[in-house]
Design a binder for this molecule. Structure first.
Ligand SMILES: Cc1cc2nc3c(=O)[nH]c(=O)nc-3n(C[C@H](O)[C@H](O)[C@H](O)COP(=O)(O)O)c2cc1C
Ligand SMILES: O=C(O)C(=O)c1ccccc1
Length: 331
C-alpha cells in the first residue's frame, strides 16, 4: 500500500466513530475476500519494456467507485468527494447522503449514477429520472447484490440505520430515506436491465460481474461497459480476488465494450497491474473514504494526487506501456 494512503487510513480511524469506521472498512463473512483483493496484487509482477523512447501522456484512468453514506465520514459528504474528483469519473452511489443533483452541481468532471434496481419499477424509474435531470452521464447498475451482504462488524455493532440527520437523499419522497428503504432483490434479472435501457438514453454499465458468461450476456444486452468487481469483499465471501477474475472477463468481452475494475487498489502500481490485465480503468473505493474522513475535500484530493503521481511514475518505468504479456506471477 502507498504509505501516504496508509497514513490517511490511520487518521480516518482516529477521527471516525468506530462503528462507522467498521462499516466502511469491513467485508462479509470471515473477510477472506476483503484481504484477498489486496493480496492478489502482491502475487503479480510486471516485466517493464525498455528503450521505448517516448514521453508518456498524463492520462489517469481512474474512477471513484460508488460508496454509500459519505456524510458518515465527513459533514460535507459527497459534496467534498465531488469537488475533489477533478476530471476522474465519479460514480455516485444511489445511497448517497447528498441528493444526486447537488453531487453533480459540485463536480467539475463526469458523474455517473449507481443504481440498485428497485423491484418497484416506478421507484427505479423515478431514480433514473433524478439522475438524468441532475446531469449524470451514465447509469451503473450494481448486479452483485441480490441481497444485502452480512457484514459481521455491522452485526456486532448493531449498525443497521443512519444516525439522526443523515438520510439516503435520493430515496426521499419515493419510499423513504432510511438505509433499509433501499431494497436488494433476488428477483432482479436481465429483463430489468432491458427495462432500464428502455427508460433512458444514458449509457448503461453493469457493476459486479465476475463470471465470463455473464460478461457475454451483458454485451449481448448492449451494455456500454462492465465493471469487474466483488463489491470490495462485501457480498459473497467465496469469490476470487477481483483482480484474479479480471483476465477471463476481458478475454470473453474481447474488446466489444470497456471493462473497468475495482477491488483492493491501494497504489499506483496496483492501477498499472489492473490496466496491464486489460482493465479500461481502475476504481477506488475505501481509500477515498479514508481521505474524506481524514481531511474532507483536501483528503480526497490527496488520495487521487498520490495515486496519479505514483501511477505515472510506474508507467514511465514500464516504458509507457502496459499489456498482458508484461504480467507474470511471483514464485
Ligand atoms: C462502505 C462501502 C459502501 C459501498 N457502497 C456501495 C454502493 O452503494 N453501491 C455499489 O455499487 N457499491 C458499493 N460499494 C462497493 C464499491 O463500489 C467498490 O466495489 C469497492 O469498495 C471496491 O473495493 P475497494 O474498497 O477495495 O477499493 C461499497 C463499498 C464500501 C467499502
Ligand atoms: O455497504 C455496501 O456495500 C452497500 O453497497 C450499501 C448499499 C446501500 C446501502 C448501504 C450499503
Amino acid at each position: 500500500m502507498n504509505p501516504l494512503l496508509a497514513e490517511l487510513h490511520d487518521k480516518a480511524r482516529a477521527v471516525l466513530d468506530p462503528v462507522h469506521h467498521d462499516f466502511f472498512a469491513g467485508g462479509v463473512g470471515d473477510e477472506v475476500v476483503l484481504a484477498e483483493n489486496e493480496a492478489a496484487f502482491r502475487r503479480l509482477a510486471l516485466l517493464p519494456r525498455v528503450l521505448r523512447g517516448k514521453q508518456i501522456s498524463g492520462d489517469f484512468p481512474v474512477m471513484i467507485s460508488p460508496t454509500a453514506f459519505h456524510r458518515l465520514a465527513h459533514p460535507d459528504g459527497e459534496l467534498a468527494t465531488a469537488r475533489a474528483a477533478g476530471d476522474a469519473v465519479l460514480v455516485s452511489s444511489m445511497a448517497s447522503t447528498v441528493p444526486i443533483a447537488d453531487v453533480v452541481a459540485a463536480a467539475s468532471g463526469p458523474v455517473w449514477f449507481q443504481l440498485y434496481v428497485q423491484p418497484d419499477m416506478d421507484v427505479t424509474e423515478a431514480l433514473v429520472r433524478r439522475a438524468e435531470r441532475a446531469g449524470c452521464e451514465a447509469v451503473v447498475v450494481t448486479v452483485d447484490s441480490p441481497v444485502f451482504g452480512r457484514h459481521r462488524r455491522d452485526l456486532a455493532h448493531g449498525f443497521h440505520d443512519l444516525p439522526a440527520g443523515l438520510a439516503a437523499e435520493n430515496m426521499r419522497d419515493l419510499v423513504g430515506p432510511g438505509l433499509r428503504d433501499i431494497e436488494m432483490s433476488p428477483l432482479v434479472s436481465w429483463e430489468h436491465i432491458g427495462r432500464v435501457q428502455e427508460m433512458t438514453a444514458l449509457p448503461l454499465w453493469v457493476k459486479g460481474v465476475l463470471h465470463p458468461k455473464d460478461a457475454i450476456i451483458a454485451v449481448r444486452h448492449g451494455v456500454a461497459g462492465i465493471v469487474v468487481s466483488n463489491h470490495g469483499g462485501r457480498q459473497l465471501d467465496l469469490v476470487p480476488a477481483a483482480l484474479d477474475a479480471l483476465p477471463a472477463v476481458v478475454d470473453a468481452v474481447a474488446g466489444r465494450v470497456p471493462v473497468a475494475f475495482d477491488g483492493g487498489v491501494r497504489s499506483g502500481g496496483d492501477i498499472a497491474l489492473a490496466l496491464a490485465l486489460g482493465a479500461s480503468s481502475a476504481g477506488i473505493g475505501r481509500p477515498v473514504l479514508w481521505g474524506l474522513a481524514a481531511d474532507g475535500e483536501q483528503g480526497v484530493r490527496r488520495v487521487l494526487d498520490v495515486l496519479r503521481d505514483e501511477f505515472l511514475h510506474v508507467l514511465t518505468l514500464c516504458g509507457g506501456e502496459l499489456s498482458r504479456d508484461m504480467v507474470v506471477t511471483r514464485c
